[in-house]
Design a protein around this ligand. Sequence first.
Ligand code: ZN
Length: 501
Amino acid sequence: MAKAAYEELCAHSKKTFVLSSAASVLSWDQETGMPPGGGDLRALQLAELAALSHERATDPRIDAWLKVCEQDAAMRSDLFLHANLRGMRRDYDRATLLPESLVRELAATESRAQKAWAQARADSNYAGFQPWLTRMLELQRLKADCLKSSGQSRWDALADLYEPGMNATDLRALFTPLRKRLVELRAKLDARGRKPDESLAKVEFEVPRQEAFVRAVLSAMTFDFTRGRLDRSAHPFCCGTLDDVRLTTRFHKDNVLDALGSTMHEGGHGLYEQGLDKDHQGTPLAEAVSLGIHESQSRLWENHVGKSRAFWQWCKQNAMRELGPLAVPFDADMIYRTANVVSPSLIRVEADEATYDLHVMVRFELETALLHGDLDVKDLPLQWNRLYLDYLGVEVPDDRRGCLQDVHWSCGLFGYFPTYTLGNLYAAQFAAAARRAIPDFDDQLARGTFADLREWLRSNIHQHGRRYTPSELCQRVTSAPLSSEAFLSYLEAKLCAVYEI
Ligand code: ZN
């Protein structure tokens, strides 16, 4: 009886997956190729598919099937089945805990708040967004109250949606020492008073040449173009899964390193999706475990590979040939240094490796305070600017480049930002473990051989899907719980060498 119920569950889950994968292709098309006139119909198509998916995800039969399986002792003791059932239970509970009226109100407010935010940002006028942020916070508190389990704060309940098990107390314990050492490192590099040469960043390479270059790197990373593709969009992203992964990147004439970084970043996300276990497609065992772990895959390729000296030894001699004669005067060591310049800035998405997490910590401090009523919405710009000066040493000239820069809060994404930093910390810990497992790691990178690293990531992380929780996975792969130590030692060693300190 339990076996039949499990089969029903998997069949139901796979059909829901087919439906949402269709929505994903339509969203990708909206960002890459849809003519502007298609917008109204596309919104209707996506809303209809989202409603159908939600209806399927909240089907009461799921609860009944799950109960049958959960009571079966043999199933509980089977690791694979147990993990799949745990994932399905989590998804069902999350989908059904929110009342229909709140889901509708949230969707309507998000779309209007996003429009108000875009206008307020264009005008650098916080007052235009303030009432929407106030309303959004009220709704997020209601949402958190529906999701909250005992011992969880409201912020914890929202954060758990993106990173199962994450809570503000554990994050503070991770972030406090991390912030201190990152601020010290920034000061140390500042005091050095000399920056690596940045002239490569100003050379204008034709976009078709840049595209051939990033495609050569993506192929070397073993991204499978028979099961994925690369296109352009204003904001790079990765969507799709397994045999159909869609990546996008962007090109600026005078910033080839941005195109490379974006492509390797999205390529890392794409390799994770291509590395999931196809036998379980459409069920939790073939889904990414969390946003933090997903981000660890993109940051590992973007930073630990793409900003390493060994990578540039290969890249300069090989993929970079695609850039033509303008690239010739730059040697590998020079580009490696350029790729690692640290420059505290106002904008998170443009931040370097040493200051990125400080941007995230500002948002974490502020959104926990906003959500729990310890910070008044009207005081947000003031506190934002104060923390930027404190953590990053930069003066915020206006709200457009200050608290209005990110779309997240207008979309109702509270509890989301810290997954970016968790990604950086997981990436460093995974990269250190990969180095231990692959003794000639740097020699391989210098030869452009990335298959062993990809295989290590696949067998240790990708193929497990949601079999383990993020913290179980980290312990299993690195033999240690998550900490900031691997990240800090990697970063301090690299930057002190680059800055000759
Ligand atoms: Zn990412």
